[in-house]
Design a protein around this ligand. Structure first.
Ligand code: ATP
Ligand code: MG
Length: 364
């Protein structure tokens, strides 16, 4: 039966994974629940050691959860060995067979499944075309570049037509330019094949530009799941706001004004309206976040005031670091123009105006 769009491909329910025993015990996954939809480009984003690979390995079946369950299209797959799951993995190291040719590597999984020779040949040709490697099909994989190896690893994983493709930091070995090219390539492949991609990265920019949705992880937990827009503009917790992009944190007194909004009184005495994070509980004080590009530096008055401490030029924009009168630090990002400088100097007394709809209150 064809799969209906919008259904869940993978459901992870209250999964725990404990490594070791006694003192040396590590909760690599601490009660993780998440649903990944069919045809979705879903990214697990988080720092080293937060549990990304562990979660992929459980989905692939290379390891077992200590508690909880993993459903594939609604079916518990706990008893299915890795090769019987309609799931394939692209490892960070690619793990290609160096003595085999590009074509042999791509056909390997199909050979193992005992597919007829003619079918394998046709499928390998199709895959070579998909990853644009036709010209190098007879070359050994020890004799091709890193980016080419990456494409072969992808083709090999896609050849058996898995329902779900797991990609564990597949681009981290590539240089910046090739990495950017492969990001676009991966998006194209996902779009063309309609396969659900679960992509692991610790690179926030990569996650924002490639994903339909992102799960932000820290210390074995998923802190927030949302579209790149949600995660960037409506971070729920300090970790998420801090890990993704640059952010200003301000302490404020909070009063509820309804409609998912609060009025925040900043230490400067100014009040601004702010949206609240998912799971926010009414309270008197909370942390307000404002992205540096959503605030404007002025020579006059603003909601905040202070003195310019440092100016950092980035080519496309300039970051102006301000010490507020409250003692808090605040950075404003200003788009550069060709003809003029940033218009401010170190030591200047400045105002900062915070745009309408620029502030978000964390659940803390
Ligand atoms: N086989 C194992 N035995 C013991 N501890 C493990 C094992 N595998 C992983 N861990 C621990 O579990 C935690 C999560 O590891 P995991 O490999 O999932 O992290 P990760 O998010 O993939 O990190 P990275 O970005 O560095 O690859 C870490 O603290 C790690 O040391
Ligand atoms: Mg890992």
């Amino acid at each position: 039966m064809p799969d209906k769009p919008g259904r869940n491909a993978i459901e992870v329910k209250n999964v725990r994974k404990i490594f070791g025993t006694g003192e040396a015990q590590v909760a690599a996954l601490d009660t993780v629940s998440v649903s990944i939809r069919e045809n979705e480009f879903f990214t697990l984003l988080g720092p080293s050691g937060c549990g990304k690979t562990t979660l992929l390995r459980l989905i692939a079946g290379f390891d077992f959860p200590s508690a909880g369950e993993i459903l594939l299209h609604g079916q518990d797959i706990a008893s299915l060995p890795p090769f019987k799951r309609p799931v394939n993995t692209v490892f960070q190291s690619y793990a290609l067979f160096p003595h085999m040719t590009v074509a042999e590597n791509i056909g390997f999984g199909l050979e193992m499944l005992g597919k007829p020779k003619a079918e394998i040949k046709a499928r390998v040709a199709e895959m070579l075309k998909l990853v644009k490697m036709e010209a190098l099909s007879g070359r050994r994989t020890s004799q091709i570049s890193g980016g080419q190896q990456q494409r072969v690893a992808l083709a090999r994983a896609l050849a058996p037509q898995p329902k779900v493709l797991l990609l564990d930091e597949p681009l981290s070995a590539l240089d910046y330019k090739l990495r950017k090219e492969m990001q676009i390539e991966l998006k194209r492949l996902q779009h063309e094949t309609g396969i659900t991609f679960i992509f692991v990265t610790h690179d926030q920019e990569e996650a924002l530009t490639m994903s339909d949705r992102i799960a932000v992880m820290s210390s074995g937990k998923i802190l927030q799941v949302g579209t790149p827009w949600d995660i960037y503009d409506k971070p729920a917790e300090r970790f998420v706001a801090d890990f993704i992009g640059e952010t200003n944190f301000l302490t404020a007194a909070i009063a509820n004004i309804g409609n998912g909004k609060v009025r925040a009184t900043l230490k400067s005495g100014a009040t601004i309206d702010a949206t609240v994070a998912e799971g926010f509980q009414p309270k008197d004080n909370a942390t307000v976040v404002v992205r540096p590009e959503h605030a404007k530096l002025t020579n006059g008055k603003g909601e905040l005031s202070g003195a310019v401490e440092n100016i950092v030029y980035f080519g496309t924009d300039t970051h102006i670091h301000v010490r507020l009168d409250s003692g808090e630090a605040f950075t404003v990002r200003q788009q550069n123009t060709r003809s003029a400088g940033c218009g401010f100097e170190r030591g200047d007394t400045v105002g900062i105006s915070i745009g309408n709809d620029a502030a978000q209150v964390l659940r803390d």
